[in-house]
Design a protein around this ligand. Sequence first.
Ligand code: NAD
Ligand code: UFG
Length: 340
Amino acid sequence: MKILVTGGAGYIGSHTCLELLNAGYEVVVLDNLYNSCEESLKRVEKLTGKKISFYEVDLLDVAGMEKLFEAEKPEAVIHFAGLKAVGESCKVPLKYFTNNLSGTINLLNVMEKYNVKKLVFSSSATVYGVQESPAYTEEMKTSSTAVSSPYGRTKLMIEDMLKDICAADPSWNVALLRYFNPIGAHESGEIGEDPQGIPNNLVPYVAKVAIGELDHINVFGDDYETPDGTCIRDYLHVVDLAIGHEKAIVKLNEEPGLVIYNLGTGKGYSVLDVIKSFEDACGKELPKVMAPRRAGDLPEYFSVPAKAEKELGWKAERGIKEMCEDTWRWQSKNPKGYRK
Ligand code: NAD
Ligand code: UFG
């Protein structure tokens, strides 16, 4: 089966391409390389010994996408391509609405035109917003007023759009995958997360402190109502997350209509837990400073992953130790990421 992976050169996309190739799928990648480079795909080819057809095309370029669909005839799409910086989305929301919303609408129109109606969409736990319990289940109500950023709203709006499309036309099959906090890297240390500039997220930031590129970690808030006062999140290994996408493709082949799954471990770790685990992985203590709370952060949430286990046969296998060790292997082997 041939799968189109949009955003396939990026962090989660490249790991997913690797798992798809290893599972015997053919892979076509569409990416405009805005936040990635082709080197990630070359490394995936080397690791798997298999080829990827790569198209440097933007989601806003409908003619470019149509050419790809005509030439490659994909049978399903995994849609990662999008902008994802929460803070930036608050400053330039229109950029996010244009890229993520218009880009996705273009993709869906091209899919419909070429009768490709199986889609896995990269959603996020951010769509839950504020809930009464921190243990998030797929049945919880989502609402745009509870979501804390324009980025999060693009995810929610796309989810809602896909629900409407599936309700109107039962020949569509769509999996909305709500990721919790993906971290880690492939165990080879050959592919991993390669943020440009100063990272926004905790683990890439910690990795840059460990490699000596940044001088200390800022812990955003130590006065939350959690056991150690720092925020709790459900971190999951990117390889487990990648495998979840392959399982979602298997599910779509059963033609279930629209399905929603949390992809997380079900366990929460605090900011200080993660830093400690990273210190163990890199074998040194890392300088840290207690800093004010970051606007928009919730004290605690984690997934209830039972539905994905029951219906997809998917369960996160890798723990926080492997997540930190694999991140460190990638970072120390590639101190400047994919750039030489
Ligand atoms: P990433 O930035 O590494 O990958 C996204 C890829 O999409 C990049 O290669 C980028 O160049 C490409 N892209 C962006 N806009 C494009 C466009 N208009 N046309 C073509 N290509 C375009 O990000 P990631 O961490 O791999 O995330 C993948 C998806 O998962 C995103 O949709 C993101 O919102 C979602 N997600 C990520 C996280 C996370 O913590 N990393 C959490 C929840 C959801
Ligand atoms: N943190 C720090 N210092 C840093 C960076 C982060 O203390 O330098 C803290 C944050 O305050 C938060 C925790 O580490 O308490 C995790 O922060 P991340 O930025 O790594 O992750 P978030 O949980 O804020 O965001 C992630 C994704 C978003 C997504 C959201 C959905 O990055 O794309 O989960 O739940 F929207």
